[in-house]
Design a protein around this ligand. Structure first.
Ligand SMILES: Nc1ncnc2c1ncn2[C@@H]1O[C@H](COP(=O)(O)OP(=O)(O)OP(=O)(O)O)[C@@H](O)[C@H]1O
Length: 405
């Protein structure tokens, strides 16, 4: 209702927001429009409706508009680089939404990269191109460059584990024994080096994948790309990923402490100091990893450049999970403004009994969103279930026009 009638919103003096509506709106006494508008605005109280098409409202705090459109114009504006992470429950349409957003950015003149960090990739299927080779692959047929990549987290984890074992885990222990400092190993038992180096915690695979991606996006070779879209793994992985930088920070902090203790202990073994210097790069590598993890965390939290878009479907289970995801993202200070409710059965299905029953269920689930304290304030983007397979650039353009309006 509001989106159909809305022409503009502007702040006016006296802590008022002026909402100009493009359609004729009856007076508030008629009991329709202002109530509907207040239902669509949070923390708003209606003062008066002076003229049929101009409604001044007093706000207690900045109003959030629940509007069934993505406001793509806001997303596309500005040449500075922006990151969009799309996440949610498995199978809800994260990849289709991420790929269609990347296609739309590129079609609007933004050189764009889309990266899948989901271990169960479907980005290749979505673009109908093989993107699993480890390098960015150009996607044809768009106004600006679009490159896509599927990260293989298993491989990244294996690389990390191998290099840790070579340079950090066993190498650290051998190093201590060689120096005759084996007795110090017990003293450093509380450092739990193995926790980080031998048995990587869950989520490390994706963090390393994203960290690898950071390497790509930080390099001057890719500085021209102004939009980076991530198709992330289902909720559980994403949540672990978010808590990972803090975990690693603590673990790596312990190892850095270890480095300092080792340096002071080594001073009593002057003859082996030369060897100590050779091993200097072990903690330095960890320091680099720590710095990269910190950057990943900062990137997730930077509201100027980053937005996490939650994708869901209109079912009670998916909406409950989205609510939990939003609560966790909020706790981690990750900016979230939009919730895509995908695969909604269109009203035209009313001829089919099964479909219309299903649609009623979906409408009830959508009502849940509006009453959910975590989700109600997000911009809700409604996307219909379409009767074609979302595969290949033309289908993604079609999907993009449905979702990213
Ligand atoms: N609005 C839609 N209309 C019709 N089909 C859709 C829609 N959105 C997604 N699909 C289809 O649903 C399936 C799952 O979509 P997609 O792979 O994008 O989900 P996902 O959340 O990324 O899944 P996963 O968690 O398995 O990676 C695909 O076959 C896709 O084409």
């Amino acid at each position: 209702m509001l989106s159909r009638c809305l022409r503009s919103i502007s702040r006016i003096p006296g802590n008022l927001i002026l909402i100009t509506l493009s359609h004729y709106m009856p007076k508030p006494q008629n009991n329709i429009p202002c109530h509907r508008i207040t239902a669509s605005l949070t923390s708003v109280s209606v003062l008066t409706c002076k003229r049929p098409n101009t409604v001044p409202l007093q706000v207690r705090s900045v109003a959030t508009i629940v509007d069934p459109a993505a406001r793509f114009d806001e997303m596309v504006i500005g040449p500075q680089r922006k990151y969009y992470f799309l996440g949610g429950k498995g199978g809800v349409g994260k990849t289709s939404c991420a790929a269609s957003l990347a296609v739309k950015f590129a079609d609007h003149g933004h050189p764009t990269i889309v990266i899948s960090t989901d271990p169960a990739h479907s980005l290749s299927d979505s673009f109908a191109q093989d993107l699993a080779g480890g390098d960015l692959v150009p996607i044809e047929g768009l106004n600006s460059p679009l490159f896509a990549l599927e990260i293989n987290p298993e491989k990244a984890k294996e690389d990390f584990r191998t290099s840790s074992q070579k340079n950090g885990g066993s190498a650290v222990k051998d190093f201590m024994n060689n120096m005759g400092l084996g007795m110090l190993a017990d003293q450093f038992g509380d450092l739990k080096l193995g926790e980080l180096l031998d048995t990587p915690p869950p989520g490390l695979d994706e963090a390393i994948a994203i960290s690898k991606v950071m390497q790509i996006v930080e390099s001057s070779q890719y500085s021209m790309f102004s939009r980076i879209v991530f198709d992330t793994a289902p909720t559980g992985h994403t949540l672990r990923l978010l808590s990972l930088p803090d975990f690693l920070d603590a673990s790596i902090g312990k190892i850095m402490k270890f480095k300092q203790k080792l340096a002071s202990a080594a001073s009593t073994f002057k003859s082996v100091l030369g060897k100590a210097a050779e091993q200097q790069d072990v903690p330095d590598k960890l320091q680099q990893l720590r710095e990269r993890m910190t950057k990943v965390r900062d990137l997730f939290r930077d509201s100027n450049s980053t937005e996490f878009v939650i994708v869901t479907i209109p079912s009670v289970m998916a909406i409950n999970e989205s609510s939990r995801l939003h609560a966790s993202l909020r706790k981690e200070c990750v900016p979230v403004h939009r919730l895509i409710v995908n695969q909604i059965l269109p009203p035209s299905v009313s001829g089919c009994k099964f479909c219309s029953t299903k649609r009623k269920d979906q409408m009830r689930a959508i009502d849940m969103i509006r009453n959910d304290p975590e989700l109600a304030n997000l911009r809700i983007i409604e996307a219909d279930l379409v009767d074609l397979e979302i595969r290949g650039v033309p289908a993604l353009k079609f999907m993009g026009d449905i979702v990213w309006r």
